[in-house]
Design a protein around this ligand. Structure first.
Ligand SMILES: [Fe+2]
Length: 305
């Protein structure tokens, strides 16, 4: 079962041995929690972010910052209020850079072997959101990006709860390695009654047309499988209700990180979170056999990327 590993203080310079251990803990499916976030934000910036939803009714979803292009996705806020848009850009750029700077040392075995993905601000209360099933955050799922295939790279996410008083309430499920044997038959569109797990995986992967829906994306069979797996978990009411779950409370002012492509997670409540995503190269894993790619390739019996 996953564990939450609390890191009470973050030393200015952590040793390589410590960093290696943190990578191990993450790859084993644990959550690293900093009760006091190592990422500093000014009181003014926090107040601005918390006030944004009230002052801009058009904000209805997560705001994504694209570090490589240094811009915020979606032009609505920019056209409605250029000054607010510029300030938001400044804050998210700062959060993204500070987080990357922190992780460069904290997870030094990964440094230079990750691709910097989006950062985001999540202003809305998660409890009671009305979303289509596959987009719901309050159902256990593993992450997979429909428009950004990773080709086996791991999805590592660093979050910060910037609500002044309210915890962000998560539930996490059992690890990918033990979950997959229970779920793969459901992932397979038409599992054979006598099919072994290995055949079920092969069958699912054998039916994944490379990049059919998004030809330009060139999704690998691995990406196809992970996308389907995301949906399968959310569709499975029995798993959602009776699967092995643990509640995890993320306090105000804390940060945490986790491999969200292998740790099933659901957000039950909370608002005002910042987040930075990294795509870590499979070759950088300190325990490559734990990765979803390795687990699936051993079941499939051939390479999937
Ligand atoms: Fe997620």
């Amino acid at each position: 079962m996953h564990r939450v590993i609390t890191i009470p203080a973050h030393p200015a310079s952590s040793s390589h041995a410590n960093a290696l251990e943190f990578c191990h803990q993450l790859e084993a499916g644990n959550i690293l929690l900093f009760p006091q976030s190592p990422i500093a934000l000014t009181a003014e910036d926090l107040a601005f972010l918390r006030g944004l939803e009230h002052s801009h009714r058009s904000l209805h979803k997560n705001l994504a910052y694209k570090p490589l292009q240094d811009r915020i996705a979606g032009a609505k806020l920019a056209s409605d209020d250029p000054a607010a848009s510029q300030r938001l850009l400044h804050i998210l750029r700062g959060y993204s850079r500070s987080t990357l700077q922190f992780l460069t040392e904290f997870l030094s075995p990964y440094t230079t072997r990750w691709q910097v993905d989006y950062a985001s601000f999540r202003p809305l209360e998660e409890q009671g959101r009305s979303l289509p099933l596959h987009k719901r955050n309050d159902l256990l799922h593993t992450d997979a990006f429909p428009t950004r295939p990773t080709h086996g790279a791991r999805i590592l996410r660093f979050f910060t709860n910037i609500h002044p008083t309210q915890s962000r309430e998560w539930v996490v499920g059992e690890p990918f390695r033990t979950l997959i044997p229970q779920m793969v038959p459901a992932t397979t569109p038409a599992p054979r009654a006598d099919g072994s797990l290995q055949r079920a995986v092969r069958s699912t992967l054998g039916r994944t047309p490379l990049g059919r829906a998004w030809p330009a994306l060139r999704r690998s069979p691995y990406d196809q499988f992970m996308l389907r797996f995301h949906d399968v978990l959310k569709e499975n009411a029995d798993y959602q209700t009776n699967g092995q779950h643990t509640a995890v409370s993320l306090p105000p002012g804390s940060s945490w990180m986790v491999y969200t492509d292998s740790v099933p997670h659901a957000v039950l409540s909370g608002r005002f979170a910042l987040e930075q995503t990294l795509l870590v190269a499979p070759e950088a894993m300190v325990a490559p056999e734990e990765s979803p790619l390795a687990v699936l390739e051993s079941l499939a019996g051939h390479r999937l990327v």
